[in-house]
Design a protein around this ligand. Structure first.
Ligand code: G3I
Length: 365
């Protein structure tokens, strides 16, 4: 259990929509300590999530929409107040950092990393190797396999080097398997074969030996065909002495599909292989409109994953894929579904928020 507290006092009147808020914010002692403004009108005893998470020794994180971070003061203050870890929702993806071949644009990602540093937060890097959100010059041009391998190597070296010492976890690979445990058909698998995964981890490790390197995927919470594929892969990577450190479980749940009850069993078997783990993108969507049973099921979804993380020995962080429905990715992808985060579009806290905070508080006692 770690307790490191800093108290700050600047009130922001623009935060009246936030249902409750603090006069205090915590930071890990290992990071730069600067004041976080208190939220206006909040009861002094309201600690937010990160106070409880610090006490429990867990990183509590959120994906950050950097456009909202720049434009929306209540969103910005809640990001600083509630979380001790942040993940860029989009701005570290290849398409955004190298839109034109050879021309990097780190500005948005650097701004988030600076924000995190100023607020005593860690940064999870997301993501280096994916089948989606790649630049069109990469996917539309006809590169040879040798050229693609060189481009991937350069991308990983350049990006990890740029953020060296400022990003503590990298989602090195994202979504490499299908749900049935077969390899996903991607530009990387087609051209380089499955060995691209080992290469990617080795290159990332060379670029920043201190960053923890993660495999990351969805529908891999419990023991199933996809997590079995990861289990076999990790054994192979370990046998080849590939520097793989973490098993990332995104945790995109939906109340209509239920909650995998064997998440803890699954995390433990990866720990037994020597890996740490993290819940990396948790949200729990539902068919709209909401009703009390769906809301209760959502509480169960968020809480079951958090409990599994807290009960596991080496689950080091629990990250929400956005904390407010104001900016959630869900409605644009799943028609008729939404309400997937712990705060509504007005930043008002839902039962899921209080359940997460209660569980973190219990864990910190
Ligand atoms: O920024 C452009 C904007 O200029 C343009 O006008 C607009 C038109 O569609 O698109 C904007 O880009 C969108 C981007 O989000 C930023 O909002 C993309 O179209 C859209 O595809 C992109 O979606 C992201 C998605 O990954 C891409 O696959 C979501 O925000 C992001 O939440 C989502 O995150 C993924 C994780 O990386 C991996 N795991 C699943 C998770 C949810 O899909």
């Amino acid at each position: 259990m770690r307790i490191h507290r800093i108290f700050s006092a600047a009130a922001l009147a623009s935060l009246a929509l936030v249902a409750a808020s603090p006069a205090a914010a915590t930071r890990p002692a290992t990071t730069t300590q600067q004041p976080v403004p208190a939220l206006a009108g909040a009861p002094a005893e309201d600690p937010g999530l990160r106070v409880a998470a610090d006490r429990a020794g867990l990183r509590i994180g959120t994906a950050v929409d950097t456009t909202a971070l720049a434009a929306d003061a209540p969103y910005r203050e809640a990001t600083a107040h509630e979380f001790n870890s942040v993940t860029p929702e989009n701005v570290m993806k290849w398409q955004l950092v190298e839109p034109v071949q050879g021309t990097y644009d780190w500005a948005a990602a650097d701004t988030l990393v600076d924000f995190a540093r100023a607020n005593g937060q860690k940064v999870r890097g997301h993501t280096l190797v994916w089948h989606s959100q790649n630049p069109s010059w990469l996917t539309e041009d006809a590169f040879t396999p040798a050229e693609l391998r060189a481009l991937l190597r350069k991308h990983i070296f350049d990006e990890v080097s740029h953020f060296k010492g400022r990003v503590y976890h990298w989602d090195v690979t994202n979504e490499i398997f299908n749900d049935d445990g077969t390899w996903r058909d991607t530009i990387w698998l087609r051209n380089l074969g499955p060995g691209y995964v080992a290469d990617a981890f080795r290159w990332a490790h060379q670029a920043d030996p201190r960053a923890k390197l993660y495999l990351n995927d969805y529908n891999n919470e419990g023991v199933n065909a996809k997590s079995d594929a990861y289990y076999r892969l990790v054994k192979e990577l370990k046998a080849q002495r590939v520097p793989v450190h973490g098993y990332g479980v995104q945790g995109h749940l939906a109340v209509q599909y239920g909650v995998p009850g064997d998440t803890l069993t699954n995390l433990r078997r990866f720990e037994a292989l020597g890996l740490e783990s993290a819940l990396t993108e948790v949200d729990v969507r539902m068919p709209l409109p909401t009703d009390p049973i769906k809301v209760q099921a959502q509480v169960s979804g968020f809480n079951t994953l958090l409990q599994a993380c807290l009960l596991a020995r080496r689950c080091v962080s629990y990250t929400l894929w956005g904390f407010t429905d104001r900016y959630s990715w869900v409605p644009s992808v799943f028609s008729g579904q939404g309400s997937a985060t712990p705060l509504d579009e007005n930043l008002v806290r839902k039962p899921a928020y209080y359940a997460l905070r209660d569980t973190l508080t219990l864990a910190g006692r």
